[in-house]
Design a protein around this ligand. Sequence first.
Ligand code: HEC
Length: 95
Amino acid sequence: MKIYIVLLVFSFLLNASSGKELYEKCASCHGENGDKSAMGSSKKIRGWNAVRLEKVLLGYKNGTYGFCLKNLMLEEVRYLSLEEIKDVSLYISKL
Ligand code: HEC
């Protein structure tokens, strides 16, 4: 039981920071606060809600969303798990 609680707390802490850590990679193109148009091409993602972000990121991942630079975004999300996509979406929605 004890070990279970420790694991639970640990996974919570891990979770709390992972959205932020995941976004560090994205910030180089989308800006620290998501208010930059990535490579002068994307929309600004600041202010998007988590559901919209999640849908769009999944869309890039499975090829159902995107514009002329969608292959570039595919490389960014290809290796993210569904959990990571959720975490980073939640983080961006609070920027
Ligand atoms: C190398 C630069 C680069 C990086 C790094 C990058 N992006 Fe992007 N992102 C782009 C570009 C360019 C587009 C527009 C792609 C297109 O034509 O569909 C885009 C589009 C998006 C969109 C949709 C915006 C729209 O215009 O519809 C979201 C959401 C997004 N990126 C989130 C992320 C997240 C989250 C990460 C990190 C996991 C990330 N991006 C990393 C360049 C980048």
